[in-house]
Design a protein around this ligand. Structure first.
Ligand SMILES: Nc1ncnc2c1ncn2[C@@H]1O[C@H](COP(=O)(O)OP(=O)(O)OP(=O)(O)O)[C@@H](O)[C@H]1O
Ligand SMILES: [Mg+2]
Length: 458
């Protein structure tokens, strides 16, 4: 009887603890990591570092001096030397530590063992980045951070930069318009393209930037943000008028830059500029970001007459992509496919769009349109995105690499609220004034009288 009581006394709390840990792991992985995963993985790492490195082939033979020193002071066997390890730095999503590579080793050696290290230390993933020659950083991620995306609290986003998604190594993915002026975002229907745009628009809405929208799905995706848009086109006809106005604005900006270059020969060399960023702040035109949702709708034609208009629009978009950067005009193009079937000029326009993000696609050919020129593995990764994870995408890096990213959830209402609140920030751009969307006037709600009047009766 007393054995049974002891079992209940000890087993009960243990079972509760185990159940609680399993629940936290499934539902609140960040809490589980901080409470259980972090101490366990740190202990594993500290106790097994040397042997794991040796098993992964990341050790080198000891120097002769070391052999002599060990032999002289101890009777221990002389073991191969692992890379020197820095301080272990815990984070809310994992661990970081730096390794000093031994002579003859390269970062690729450590990266090749990432999978083995992840199993040895019981973490979700291990990523390797080069900090400086001879030093790599191991980034251990404790759990799948893309399941419930939470952006880091501290984000150093600057002007024309928007933290739009989270990478699988728990670092933020920034859309930096000055580093990557134009971008193409592809994905099948319901893959999360409009969510991506939503983040960009609400991120830029609070910055002194002109936002221009072309949404040939009759405006259903971008209309909620109309209060912050400087110009908005909802069908091919409107887009065919808006694009020449943007090209004209770009040409005017080039004239402005040229005038500055030719003002006077006494301008110091460092003040001669070839883009708007070199102009004095008082003269600098405001940057413009053009969002095109469902680009194929802009290009599809039914009649011969439409074809001419289409060709003109493609040429104008190509010109904006080619010359827009220096004039502070940036393109953000979204679509389900973007290939040669859209007609002449489509592939040329695609080649101008440096940044690439590919959401879930229905076939390999679509993934190749976005990522084919980056890496074949990136194409495979995009094809493997599951439909139950909207917002998950593969993003090409400026460095030629790629990473998996996912946007956090942002409701349409919240994004529209941001645009409404920042409607006063719509810059004054005379060239685009006639394209400013008409905002529906909200009916003023008259409060219902608290006391109902009744006819007076005798
Ligand atoms: N990161 C995310 N987290 C959670 N849900 C998401 C995420 N991204 C998108 N979704 C959801 O997935 C659905 C489709 O998203 P979205 O409208 O952005 O897709 P889309 O690619 O623009 O589709 P379409 O081509 O039909 O316009 C929406 O219901 C949206 O709420
Ligand atoms: Mg959409």
């Amino acid at each position: 009887m007393s054995d049974l009581a002891t079992l209940v006394e000890v087993g009960g709390p243990v079972a509760m603890l185990g159940g609680g840990a399993a629940y936290a792991r499934a539902k609140h992985p960040a809490v589980y990591w901080s409470a259980v995963g972090l101490p366990v993985s740190t202990l594993r790492l500290m106790t097994s570092y040397g042997s794991v490195m040796e098993a992964c082939g990341l050790t080198v033979a000891p120097s002769r001096l070391r052999v002599l020193a060990v032999k002289a002071t101890t009777r221990r066997e002389v073991r191969p030397v692992p890379p020197r390890r820095g301080v272990i730095r815990p984070t809310s999503t994992g661990l970081r530590l730096r390794l000093r590579l031994a002579p003859g080793q390269e970062p690729a050696d450590v990266a090749a063992s990432a999978e083995r290290l992840r199993h040895a230390w019981g973490v979700h993933a291990v990523y390797v980045t080069t900090v400086k020659p001879g030093v790599v950083e191991l980034r251990l991620v404790g759990y799948d951070v893309l399941r419930q995306v939470r952006m880091p609290r501290k984000l150093d986003s600057g002007f024309l930069t928007v933290p739009v998604a989270l990478r699988e190594d728990a670092t933020p993915f920034l859309r930096d318009y000055r580093a990557v002026p134009h971008q193409l975002t592809l994905g099948a229907t319901l893959s999360g393209k409009s969510m991506y745009l939503r983040h960009l628009i609400s991120g830029l809405a609070r910055q002194p930037v002109a936002l221009v929208g072309i949404d040939c799905k009759r405006g259903v995706e971008l209309a909620p943000f109309a209060s912050r848009l400087s110009a908005f086109a909802t069908d091919q006809e409107e887009a065919a008028e808006l694009l020449p106005a943007l090209v004209k604005e770009m040409e005017d900006r080039y004239d402005l830059i040229k005038a500055r270059q030719g003002i006077a020969p006494d301008i110091p060399d460092e003040e001669i500029t070839s883009d708007i960023w070199g102009l004095p702040e008082s003269e600098r035109p405001v940057p413009v970001v053009l969002f095109v949702d469902e680009v194929a709708e802009l290009f599809l034609t039914a009649t011969k007459k439409d074809e001419e208009r289409r060709d003109e629009m493609v040429t104008q978009l190509i010109r904006l992509a080619q010359l827009g950067r220096a004039a502070g005009i940036y393109l953000e193009v979204c679509g389900q496919r973007f290939g040669a079937e859209l007609g002449e000029g489509a592939t040329m326009l695609r080649a101008q769009l440096t940044g690439r993000v590919c959401h879930r696609v229905n076939d390999e050919a679509s993934a190749k349109m976005a990522l084919g020129d980056i890496a074949p593995e990136a194409v495979h990764a995009a094809c493997a995105i599951a439909p139950d994870r909207p917002g998950l995408a593969v993003a090409g890096d400026t460095s030629g690499g790629w990473s998996r990213i996912r946007t956090p959830y942002l409701s349409l209402g919240a994004a529209a609220d941001v645009c409404r609140e920042s409607a006063h920030m719509v810059p004054d751009l005379p060239a685009l004034k006639r394209f400013r969307p008409d905002l529906p006037v909200r009916p003023v709600e008259t409060p219902s009288p608290a006391v109902q009047s009744h006819p007076v009766t005798d």
